[in-house]
Design a protein around this ligand. Structure first.
Ligand code: ATP
Length: 443
């Protein structure tokens, strides 16, 4: 973990937030390479959910959340951890995470500590007008269920997906970006007819494992955890967690829950007309029935399967898998990030052999512009004149190919392609570069 943290800082993936003021615990900023990797990861998820499935739609809902949403979702009552205070060291811990150095007799009785952030809304800060910063992206998917259904022509089964920020006042943020207070989730709510839920749940567990494999997280690094009944969240009938071998231990990367008809049922009016199967609190505030009509015209509240993944945890798992130190023939070592090419922050570096040589730089610039225009991601002109250093830097940040423009290129219209993983160098005609790169990045 220490090596990953150091690499992230050194190369500009991740910085501690507010570092110049001593930081803000559990909050991180993403640097020039981090933002690219993160966007690539999110795009890959978005593509696999929405573009590849015509029955899944995307939304981007607000972070500021009407408290009624989180009242009826159950978060106001249940989204809390039992906490104890140590009277000796004056620190607060989750009841199940008290360090050995604290004595039992110094601890207070456990008290519930709500994990949601509140913020004042409007000009008067009197505590009455507040909103929550959403603790998960899922709820606005449920509250928009009818809107999306009415504006598209979907019928069951169909899904609504969202990527966005979520906030939790974690008591002990730790393990770098694994447990933080501000993070992003990639969540799909997949609505099915009651009775089709168990089959759909199994299918999504398989789909999600395959997707992680494609991001460079192999099945060997994953463990499947069938959450025991007494540990299930209040809305869940079954939850399977995809656990990953993080540097600090095996922990949750993504959870796939069968949320039954709890959420749509909870947020609906006239609940007694809907045949809701789960136990929901009576709702006097909603003005909508979040339900569909079946073939016989009867109201049915769909069941929902929810694959919910954290972007930060994905980022960390992917970096951990990609990070490699290789022994070279000359006894030296090299650090290489063997990222899947579609995730690499920079897709190709174009390096003129001699710094600031006009002809070489112009040729390199044209190659950069042409490759950039294919739309694969960032192509970088590396005008430092030090090829060896350029290769090392791009190995360390995971650039799949380096393209060197030398004096011969001006005559033979060819360049040297250097592969990140094999370090092999081949000569390729400039006209063939875009085909080569497309194949490399998209495969
Ligand atoms: P944990 O048990 O680790 O606190 P959770 O079960 O509360 O996680 P969920 O509510 O299922 O998490 O959220 C879905 C996903 O969101 C998790 O699998 C994780 O990837 C991500 N996530 C949740 N909390 C955090 C956090 N504090 N920091 C980073 N990612 C998080």
């Amino acid at each position: 973990m220490d090596e990953l943290v150091a690499l992230c800082k050194r190369r500009g993936f991740i910085y501690q937030s507010a570092e110049i003021y001593g930081g803000l615990q559990g909050v991180y900023d993403y640097g020039p390479l981090g933002v690219e990797l993160k966007n690539n990861l999110k795009n890959s998820w978005w593509r696999s959910m929405i573009y590849e499935n015509d029955n899944i739609e995307g939304i981007d809902a607000a972070i500021l959340t009407n408290p009624l949403i989180l009242k009826y979702s159950g978060h106001e009552d249940t989204f809390s951890d039992p906490m104890v205070d140590c009277k000796s060291c004056n620190l607060r811990f989750r009841a199940d995470q008290v360090p050995n150095s604290c004595k039992k007799e110094d601890l207070t009785e456990p008290r519930q500590f709500n994990l949601m952030f509140k913020t004042n809304v409007g000009p008067v800060d009197d505590g009455a007008n507040f909103a929550y910063l959403r603790p998960e992206t899922a709820q606005q998917i449920f509250t928009n269920f009818k809107n999306v259904l009415d504006s598209t022509s979907n019928s069951l089964p169909f899904g609504i997906a969202q990527i966005g920020k979520a906030f939790r006042n974690e008591i002990t943020p730790r393990n770098f970006i694994f447990r933080v207070r501000e993070f992003e989730q990639m969540e799909l709510e997949y609505f099915v007819s009651p009775g089709k839920d168990e089959e759909a749940h199994k299918l999504w567990v398989q789909n999600r494992i395959k997707w992680w494999n494609k991001q460079g997280v192999p099945t060997e690094s994953i463990e499947i955890y069938d959450v025991p009944k007494d540990e299930l969240a209040h809305y869940s009938k079954k939850t399977v967690d995809i656990m990953y071998k993080f540097p600090h231990g095996v922990e949750e990367l993504e959870g796939i829950a069968n949320r039954t008809d709890f959420d749509l049922g909870s947020h609906s009016k006239k609940q007694n007309e809907l045949g809701i199967k789960s136990k929901v609190a009576s709702n006097k505030d909603s003005n909508s029935k979040l339900a569909v009509r079946d073939e016989d015209g009867e109201w049915v509240v769909p069941f929902v399967i929810e694959p919910s993944a954290g972007v930060e945890r994905g980022f960390l798992a992917i970096l951990n898998e990609a990070y490699t130190i290789e022994e070279l023939d000359d006894g030296k070592t090299r650090t290489v990030l063997k990222l899947q090419p579609h995730l690499s922050p920079i897709k190709a570096a174009v390096i003129p052999l001699k710094k600031n040589n006009e002809e070489l730089v112009n040729t390199a610039k044209k190659i950069k512009d042409d490759l950039q225009n294919i739309g694969l991601g960032r192509i970088f002109l590396e005008n430092t004149g030090n090829i060896g250093k350029g290769y090392r830097r791009h190995d360390e940040i995971g650039t799949p190919v380096c393209i060197t423009v030398d004096f011969e290129s001006l005559d033979d219209n060819a360049v040297t392609i250097r592969d990140r993983d094999t370090m092999s160098q081949t000569r390729l005609n400039i006209n063939k570069l875009s085909e080569y790169l497309k194949e490399k990045i998209q495969s």
